[in-house]
Structures are given as C-alpha cells and as structure tokens.
Design a protein around this ligand. Structure first.
Ligand code: GLC
Length: 628
C-alpha cells in the first residue's frame, strides 16, 4: 500500500523520534547475528507497511494520544477485566453489556485471552495456536473489530493478551518445526538430549510444580527436548532469534490495527535464558521490551504496553523502565506488592509490613508509566515477601508466608477466609492461594454462618480494597464479579480441562441475576452494598484530580499500625488517603494529619465532614477517608 506524502512524512518523524530507542536495543541483542542487516531492513519495511495499513480513525487516535501522552495516567481511568464467554457468552454479547461497563465507570476493558487457543486445556487461553485469529467460540476477527470500534466510540480502551514467551505446540510454527523445518525449529529452544536441560534446571524455579514439573518436555516426533517453562503444551519462543522478534512485532502491529489500545504482554520475565540463572528478568528481557515498545511507538503511538511480571518490587520496577530504560519500557505493570500487602495487612490486622514495603521500595514518581493496581485477578496469589522485609517489622519470611497461606486457605484458627491451595511446592514449602475476592475477604464463611456483623465486615473489606486501588494513582482494575461480591465457584472440579487448576475457582460465570436485582432497587444485600461501594469509589476517583499518576505519591507511616496511608503530593496541595485494616474503630491523631499537610477534615471520598473525637480522626471498621 502506497503512503501519501503526509503519512510518509509522519512515519519518518516517528521513526526519527524512536530510532535510537529501537535500534540501540536491537544492535545489542542481534547486532552480531549474520543476518542482522537483512533483519533490520525487514523490520523497517514491516513497520512502514503496518502504518500504511492503519485505519484512519486509529491514525487520529495516534495523533490525539501523542498530544495527550498522560491519557492513561489520569484519574478518570478505571479498568474492568473479564472472560468474554463468562461475562457475555461471545463477542456479540459484549455489545449488549456496554451500558453495564459504563455504569460501573469502566473506560478500559481487558478481554482475557481471546486469540485462538489450542483445543482442550489451553491454560485459560494462554496457549495460543494462532495470533491472527479470534477464539472461534467467541466469534470472528470481524466481530472483534466491531466490538473494538463500539468500545472506542464510547471512549473505552481495549486491552488484550499477547503471549510473548510461548506458543501452543499446535501453532503453525511448532507444527512446521515438528515436520522438520529447520528455520522454524530455531523459533523454539530444542535440545537433542538432557545435558543442557539438566544443567539449566539446576537453577530454574518450578512454575506449576504439581501439574507441570520441570521446564522441558520430550517431543517424540522430533526426538528432542523442548523448553516449556509453563505447561507441556506451551513451547517457549527463542527470542535470541531475530526472526522471532520480527514475527511477534508484526502480530502486535496487526492487533493494534484491529483497534487494540493496550497490549498485555504475558509472562515477559521468562523471555531470555542464561545458564546458571533462574532465567527470569535477565537484562535482555528489558532490551526486547524497550524495542517492542519503540516499534509500537512508531507504528501505532496510541497503543501502550502492560507488562506482566508478578514478582517482588526490585524485580518488578524495571518493567516500568528504570535506568537506561527510564520512560521507555512498559507503560503499565501490575502492582503485585500492593495486592500481596493488602491481603497480608488484612489477615494480620497490622499495616506495618505494608507501609514498610510500599514506602521503601517504590519511587514516588514514574516517568511515562504507572501501575495497574488490583486486588484480585485470574491468577493465584503468591506470597512475594522477602526475608529482609519481614524481619524489618519483626516477623520471619517463612513464618509470615506460611501464616498467609494457612489464613487464606481458611485453616488458620479464626480465619475469616475461604480459599484453595495452588502450586504447592513440597521442596520449598511454598504454597500459593486461589479464591475470589469475596470468599477470601470472608463473605462466603459469613453468609454460611449467617452472622450479620461478619457479613458487614466482609462487605467493608471488599469495598475498602476497591477504594485502595481507586486511590493509589495507578489504573485500578476491577476483576469481573468482584463488584458484585461473587463467591468461589466450585464447578471447575467437574470440568476435566479445569479440575487440576484451582485458579478456576475464581473465574466464575457472571451473575447477571444479581445485577438485575441491584438494578431493580435491591439496596440491602451484600452484593448490592459492594456494587454501590465499588461504583462510588471509582466515581470519586474520577472526581479527584490529585490522583493523577504523574504526581508524586508517598507512604507515610500512620500512627498505630492499624491504618495504611497514602499521600498524593499534587501541585494543588496534598491528598491524604487513610484505610483502616481492622474490624475495630481506628483513631488517627488530627495533629499527625495536619503535619502531613492536611488542611481540611472534610472527606473527599464521602464528601462529608470526617468524624473527629478528642482531636482524633475516626475511622470506622475497615473505614477509609481521603483528606485534602
Ligand atoms: C501469565 C498468565 C497465567 C498463565 C501464564 C502462562 O502469568 O497470567 O494465567 O498461566 O502466564 O501463560
């Protein structure tokens, strides 16, 4: 497709803007490859062709977002994450749910994996056999484009998963590799015998220790061992091969041209392998991600990248661009620590560890980036808490992690939670947890016992969690069903493709009957209270300019370990957000709030005066206040 003079010039300008961000990285990654010159040329050609194919309305969006590069950092951003089939049946069904999305305030939706997966167990769609086709159960690419357009017309951004680390073993590349195609064999990491796999495995960690132990799978057709970090049907791509970069970049441009706004780059930590390491978050991973980011910034600047690396702070922050990659890598990355610390403080009724971790390890501002904040998602919760952090507040790492898994499994004496174990590692003693927000927060147990006070506590915990992500400054992601307090779904045990994977306990089908009851005026059920609470928190977020992610945020230590505090240092003055993590009333000295810069005891969240008693600010059980 020929470019007109304007588009030609535009492409040149954008290429110039990001040239070094792209080619400096590629040079370092692939400069010594015999085919480097051809690869480089080919990438430029593909970028230009993708820009030429880009639909007009998306070119306008590129322009708009180039003019408003902070669009995803603004407080009006609210995300909603769902499985297409479990939320709406199929893509056409999504069209009938747009009003609902608007009603809860979402202007960003994440369709859980929607590209064509392998048949049977596909790891929830993360085992993709065709990146250029939609899951036939959800509809066609045409349907997808129609939905993307409808969302765009309502100002709702669309995020989809792009699995970078592996393809399904049914992908055409893997099939060709199995049929003996040497070029395609070089897309994967194959070994003739166990010598190298054994050597690598000395330092690799188990991802799914119970269901897919080891990181290599023997393929009988090729008689070779294949690197499979996750499940045996997920073949790791060989990112040391520039051809893989080219292919994947081209897929990303195509998805962008179908109307995708946010690419969620899945399992990125594992993309580069180095003997003697865990093969996670190696420096080359960040070079690849910066290069992919720069390539999209040239072809489709409206598109941003959400990088998925569910790891501790030191390892996670680089995904948002640190050091040489500052401002040039992920625009978004999951704030795993905020999620883990929420659950930790809730179980312990003590915010000291949360304040320590969030206050010491995270920079007060990020350039050109922010966090995706969440309390629950489709995955399990791993207790990523280091020994040093635990010890800083007087507990031990192994002790606290064991306490948290027992608490959320529901076996710790007095626990309010009900969850399921996931990824139990006999060797390390590590236990992860599955469970829905509501069940982990105590609603399932409370409803069974019928204890009204406990039900109310659970409701307040769920609303408090949502208010925390609304107030953090990153993009809050509401996980489907949490806004109506959906409980654990035990049906997964009856489905042979899901029974082995307890994460399905928190991937329910949307309860539209409950939504209908709420819409018809139910104001008193726990579901309704949560729904109104979540919606209110998101609406208040939109009305609070201090929550722009571009402003500095600090974590002051609130007196008394019951309350967690966040301080937004907006140019118009500070906003102090307080969260009570206990079922008791908490008192925070007014003097302390004043010393943090608060000038008014009017609560910006409820838009009512804060309750004061003897010079203290009063927070009800699980209460929250936003003070200016
Ligand atoms: C990501 C997904 C997870 C999946 C894994 C392998 O971590 O969130 O659900 O199992 O990647 O693709």
């Amino acid at each position: 497709m020929a470019l007109n003079a304007f588009d030609e010039k535009m492409f040149e300008l954008r290429l110039e803007r990001s040239r070094r961000d792209l080619f400096d990285m590629l040079e370092r990654l692939y400069g010594r490859h015999p085919d480097y010159a051809r690869f480089r040329h080919s990438l430029e050609e593909r970028m230009k062709a993708a820009w030429a194919r880009r639909p007009r309305d998306l070119k306008w969006l590129d322009m708009k977002r180039d003019l408003e590069p902070d669009w995803f950092q603004r407080p009006d951003m609210v995300g909603y994450v769902f499985y297409i089939d479990r939320f709406a049946g199929d893509l056409n069904g999504v069209l009938s749910k747009l009003d609902y999305l608007e009603e809860i305030g979402a202007n960003y939706v994440h369709f859980m994996p929607c590209l064509k997966p392998r048949p049977g167990d596909s790891d929830g769609g993360y085992s993709v056999m065709d990146y250029r086709a939609i899951n036939p159960g959800f509809g066609t690419m045409k349907d997808f484009e129609k939905v993307a357009k409808a969302l765009r017309e309502r100002g709702i951004s669309l995020c989809i998963d792009m699995v970078l680390n592996h393809t399904a073993r049914e992908h055409a590349w893997a099939k060709a590799a199995r049929a003996g195609d040497r070029d395609k064999q070089d897309y994967y990491l194959l070994f003739d015998d166990r010598t190298l796999p054994d050597a690598y495995e000395k330092t690799l960690l188990e991802i799914f220790p119970e269901t897919a132990p080891g990181s290599f799978t023997f393929d009988r057709t090729m008689e070779k061992w294949v690197w499979t970090t996750f499940n045996t049907h997920q073949w790791d791509l060989n990112w040391a091969n520039p051809q893989v970069f080219l292919e994947i970049a081209d897929v990303m441009f195509d998805l962008a041209n179908k109307g995708v706004d946010v690419l969620r780059l899945d399992a990125v930590a594992f993309m580069w392998k180095r003997m003697g390491t865990r093969c996670q978050s190696e420096p080359e991973v960040h070079m690849i991600l910066q290069a992919l980011r720069a390539a999209c910034h040239i072809v489709c600047p409206a598109v941003i990248h959400l990088e998925e690396a569910i790891v501790g702070p030191q390892e996670m922050l680089p995904y948002l661009g640190r050091g040489v990659h500052d401002g040039k890598e992920g625009n978004l990355a999951y704030h795993n620590s905020l999620m883990v610390q929420f659950w930790s403080a809730l179980a312990a009724r003590d915010t000291a560890l949360m304040t320590h971790v969030l206050g010491t390890h995270f920079p007060s501002v990020l350039r050109n980036a922010t966090y995706a904040t969440y309390i629950r998602c489709h995955d399990d919760i791993g207790w990523a808490i280091t020994e040093a952090d635990a010890e800083a507040v007087g507990v031990t790492g192994p002790g606290h992690r064991a306490f948290l898994s027992d608490f959320y499994e529901g076996v710790f004496p007095g626990s309010f939670a009900r969850g399921a174990l996931f990824g139990v590692n006999e060797e390390t003693g590590d236990k992860r947890i599955s469970g829905s927000f509501a069940s982990l927060a105590g609603l399932e147990r409370a409803l069974e016992s019928g204890d009204a006070a406990e039900i109310e506590h659970a409701v307040q915990r769920i609303i408090m969690g949502h208010t925390l992500i609304a107030a953090h400054g990153g993009v809050p992601l509401i996980y489907m069903g949490d806004e109506i307090a959906m409980l654990n779904d035990y049906h997964y045990r009856e489905n042979p493709d899901h029974a082995h994977d307890s994460r399905w306990i928190h991937r329910p089908r949307m309860d539209w009957d409950a939504v209908e009851r709420i819409q018809r005026g139910d104001m008193t059920s726990p579901q309704s209270k949560v729904w109104h609470g979540v919606r209110h928190a998101m609406a208040r977020r939109k009305a609070t300019p201090e929550l722009h992610a571009g402003y500095a945020v600090r974590v002051p230590s609130a007196p008394g370990r019951r309350v967690f505090a966040l301080l937004h240092e907006a140019p118009t003055g500070p906003l102090l957000c307080l969260f009570n993590f206990t079922e008791d009333t908490a008192l925070i000295p007014g003097e302390w709030a004043l010393s943090e810069g608060v000038t008014s005891f009017h609560d910006a969240l409820s838009d009512l005066p804060a309750k004061l008693s003897d010079g203290n600010v009063v927070l009800s059980p699980y209460g929250r206040l936003w003070l200016r």
